[in-house]
Design a protein around this ligand. Structure first.
Ligand SMILES: [Zn+2]
Ligand SMILES: [Zn+2]
Length: 397
């Protein structure tokens, strides 16, 4: 089959590789019909995630048709399913508490050492996201093996086309959990850093949850326009003192909750961020946390800080004093996708949530390398790329 494989920093290729096979009784093989490139795939592309190996198949946002099932799968051939990016067993201590992204059983023992050392406990597994998270082949491919297929995949009705349900795999529940972690109350003013797909879904979710004002912060005009279209007020951080602007927009008090949907590769020209960029480039592993630091300084005393943006290592000069002295509540984490898929599918079906507005490009799988390059270099116009195995080369819609 054809699959998008990693070969080094800024080097991904569509190669011919072996078809996946059923290994465990709970596995299913899915024929991929749509698969998206995620902002967090760019961290792999930029070479800032450790333990990616040449030949690894990327992709953790995908859906398709069930082709084959192991004897303990609950799926049946021909069903259309969306697959969560988190691989979860459903039966361990954490899965039983619906903390699916903390599953104890999905990351094989021999892959657990690095994350256990880094974080104190091993990470659970994710599709297509390095050997730190299990080394599972991802879904930017014609076919993919889905472990624990009785727990993760959600069957979707035929009348909802791929564009409407694909993002249940990651960014919609991630944006939703980002807003939920901000503990939004009616009449809250909420600020969201980053108007990429997760930020935009966090904005939409915060408004659905009753926030009276959502303020979006970015510097790409098109992304800010999408945020405005959803009902947010916007700040272009270039040439604006963000904290001062937020104070003014929140009646001199500060915003009630902040959401960092940027993560470890934050842009910004503050001196400490420039040093972090240099450290990241030479492999000293510093996360660039400029957006998060700004968010912590901008939130009102007693406010909430939610971090759906991805971080992987350590960060320098973190304003821990502000967290303590302002009595902030901080929450983050990889998304417990399986906890949200059923409710969010209902909200898509009844029109509460729209997921199609951010797709800017649909490309054949064969054109995936160009998709990565443009998604990274032309972030203003390439807001979300969906790859379609089987679509003909040269045909874009
Ligand atoms: Zn993703
Ligand atoms: Zn589990």
């Amino acid at each position: 089959m054809k699959a998008l494989t990693w070969h080094g920093t800024h080097d991904v290729r569509v190669d011919t590789v072996d078809d996946p096979e059923i290994i465990n009784p709970r596995d299913a093989i899915i024929k991929v019909t749509s698969t998206a490139i995620c902002g967090s795939d760019l961290h792999l592309y930029d070479g800032v995630i450790p333990a990616v190996r040449p030949g690894d198949i990327l992709g953790h946002e995908f859906m398709g048709e069930v082709m084959e099932t192991g004897k303990d799968s609950t799926l049946t051939k021909g069903q259309r399913v969306v697959v969560p990016f988190t691989i979860s067993c459903g039966g361990c201590f954490h899965c039983k508490m619906q903390q699916y992204s903390c599953c104890d059983n999905s990351n094989p023992a021999e892959k657990q050492d690095m994350s256990a050392t880094l974080y104190g406990h091993p990470m659970s597994a994710l599709f297509g996201y390095s050997h730190l998270t299990g080394g599972y082949s991802g879904g930017q491919a014609e076919y993919v093996r889905v472990p624990f297929s009785d727990v993760g995949p959600i069957v979707v009705p035929d009348h909802l086309d791929d564009d409407r349900v694909l993002f249940l795999s990651d960014i919609l529940p991630t944006g939703w959990m980002g807003a939920e972690n901000a503990d939004i109350q009616p009449d809250d003013t909420v600020a969201v850093w980053g108007c990429g797909p997760v930020g935009l879904f966090a904005i939409q979710s915060a408004l659905v949850m009753g926030a009276s004002k959502v303020i979006a912060i970015d510097h790409y005009p098109n992304r800010l326009a999408l945020a405005r279209q959803l009902g947010a007020e916007v700040i272009d951080f270039r040439g604006t003192d963000v904290r001062e602007a937020l104070m003014e927009m929140s009646g001199g008090i500060g915003v009630d909750a902040v959401i960092d949907a940027v993560g470890m590769e934050a842009h910004g020209f503050a001196p400490d961020n420039v040093i972090d960029i240099a450290k990241q480039k030479i492999g000293m592993g510093a996360d660039r946390a400029a957006a998060l630091k700004q968010a912590i300084l901008a939130v009102r005393p007693g406010g909430r800080v939610s971090i759906p943006g991805v971080y992987g290592g350590m960060t320098d000069k973190f304003p821990l004093g502000a967290m303590m002295e302002k009595a902030l509540q901080v929450r983050g984490g990889q998304t417990h996708v399986q906890r949200y898929t059923k409710d969010l599918l209902e909200k898509i079906e009844d029109g509460t949530l729209d997921t199609t507005f951010l797709i800017s490009h649909r490309l054949p799988l064969e054109d995936a390398a160009r998709g990565y390059k443009c998604f990274r270099e032309e972030q203003d116009s390439w807001t979300k790329v969906v790859l379609k195995p089987g679509m003909e080369l040269g045909q874009t819609k």
